[in-house]
Design a protein around this ligand. Structure first.
Ligand code: AMP
Ligand code: GLY
Length: 425
């Protein structure tokens, strides 16, 4: 089969590596890809938001499977656009249409969906720019900290958590005044949930769901979960405190009602659903949905997924995911993200990266995230630069392999957390 994968981060490198390992894969193109994905297939210079150009590429290269990595093309409707093309009627597309992608694209939509489907989540209120006074008054129905969310996509930055009411009011006003562009024209205020977060991933064909390995990511920049939020500084899979009993609760109370809710709303959802969950006193609740895989969770989930992903995508298209048994490597995977000094604030790009030559040692993977190749030299090209994944028979072994790989790589002002997985020991 000929596959086109959209995206250019660590998630896409991990997906590209997995797809390329499938005996069903005849050709893999990655648009635009990165120097890491170039080892798994052919990078192509396509804008992932230029849907007519992607349509034409699919025709020219006789693409049979399209896998959309990031959320933006999905929220902007790539799936519906391509499904409307009569000459692409057999294309397998992994990723929902614009309505399904609203689960991620609009927090207000997701909250209403969960309320309607009886899915456990934080109590909330939704307010638009004409309801400033109502929004401020609604804060009094909570005890601090206050959770304020811009409704739309805000590159992972649209959630503000504050202790003081005055700060909460300023945050609400800031969102309405356009701090996050149109994403903040509607805000969601919700109850703060205290617990431990974890990520569950499902691949759904609209009727059935296959559950992928569970992961935990580390969002804060600083060790001990301190400092500002980032896209993710590392991840671990599996998560020791998520046992069979917890997964059964997740299936019954969250995954199954989500699939039924999509059916009730007549949303034909084929693709990944990422459930951002929190265990509150042992009970799972939803913090957020995403309509794609997580990053850096994919960098630990794909190495642990033994089942052929391409075979799963074919079954998804045929609505036969119930016939797939997801096989997982029982070992533990840990990934450590090497980031540019200054990230998640401003940081330089173009710094030479040393130590990445050759094949990584057994049981390790080096996934490129923000890198660029200039002639023979690899240079930094983003905040999150490289994900170093190690697999081992236990958490300790996986950590030591991931950190040994990380220790070989250097670029000026490299930063990484040294405590990925430590809270799970
Ligand atoms: P989101 O963009 O919705 O994933 O939110 C980003 C992060 O904010 C989450 O991963 C949580 O750590 C935190 N967060 C969001 N909503 C809540 C909530 N209701 N209670 C506690 N923490 C939250
Ligand atoms: N790691 C969280 C995300 O991908 O949104």
């Amino acid at each position: 089969m000929k596959v086109l994968l959209l995206g250019s981060g660590g998630r896409e490198h991990a997906l590209a590596w997995k797809i390329a390992s499938s005996p069903l894969c005849d050709a893999l193109f990655i648009a635009p890809g990165n120097p890491g994905t170039a080892d798994c297939g052919q990078n192509v210079d396509l804008d992932i938001l230029d849907f007519p150009a992607i349509h034409q590429f699919c025709l020219d290269e006789k693409i049979q499977v399209l896998l959309v990595g990031p959320e933006e093309p999905l929220v902007r409707g790539i799936t519906g656009f391509l499904r409307r093309q009569p000459d692409l009627k057999d294309l397998i597309i992994c990723g929902p249409d614009a309505v399904g992608a609203q689960l991620e694209g609009s927090k207000a939509y997701a909250k209403a969906f969960m309320a309607e489907s009886g899915i456990p989540t934080a109590r909330y209120g939704e307010f638009n720019r004409d309801q400033v006074d109502e929004a401020i008054a609604f804060l009094d129905t909570f005890t601090p900290p206050y959770v304020i969310k811009a409704d739309g996509l805000a590159a992972g930055k649209g959630v503000i958590i504050c202790q003081e009411k005055e700060e909460a009011i300023q945050s609400i006003r800031g969102m309405f005044d356009g701090e996050f562009g149109s994403a903040g024209h509607t805000v969601v205020l919700e109850e703060f949930l205290a617990g431990i977060e974890f990520s569950v991933f499902a691949l759904t064909d609209g009727k059935h769901a296959c559950i992928l390995p569970v992961a935990k990511d580390y969002k804060r920049i600083g060790e001990g979960d301190t400092g500002p939020n980032t896209g993710g500084m590392g991840a671990v899979s599996p998560v020791p405190f998520i046992d069979q009993q917890m997964m059964e609760k997740v299936m019954q109370r969250i995954v199954a009602p989500t699939i039924s809710g999509l059916t009730r709303r007549q949303i034909d959802y084929q693709g990944f659903i990422f459930f951002g969950l929190i265990a509150v006193e042992g009970e799972p609740m939803v913090i957020e949905y995403n309509c794609r895989m997580g990053d850096p969770e994919t960098e630990v989930v794909m190495p642990r997924l033994s089942t052929d992903l391409l075979q799963m995508l074919v079954a998804m298209h045929e609505r036969k995911l119930d016939t797939i048994t997801v096989e997982m490597d029982p070992r533990t995977a840990v990934t450590v993200m090497l980031v540019s000094g200054g990230y998640p604030g401003s940081y330089p790009k173009g710094l030479p990266v040393l130590g990445t030559d050759g094949t990584p040692p057994d049981h390790t993977w080096l996934f490129h995230a923000g890198t660029r190749q200039i002639g023979d030299q690899l240079v930094t090209n983003g905040g999150r630069v490289l994900a170093c994944t190690g697999m081992g028979s236990d958490l300790r072994e996986a950590q030591s392999r991931a950190y040994a790989l990380a220790g070989k790589i250097c670029f000026d002002h490299v930063n990484f957390r040294r405590d990925i997985g430590r809270d799970l020991e």
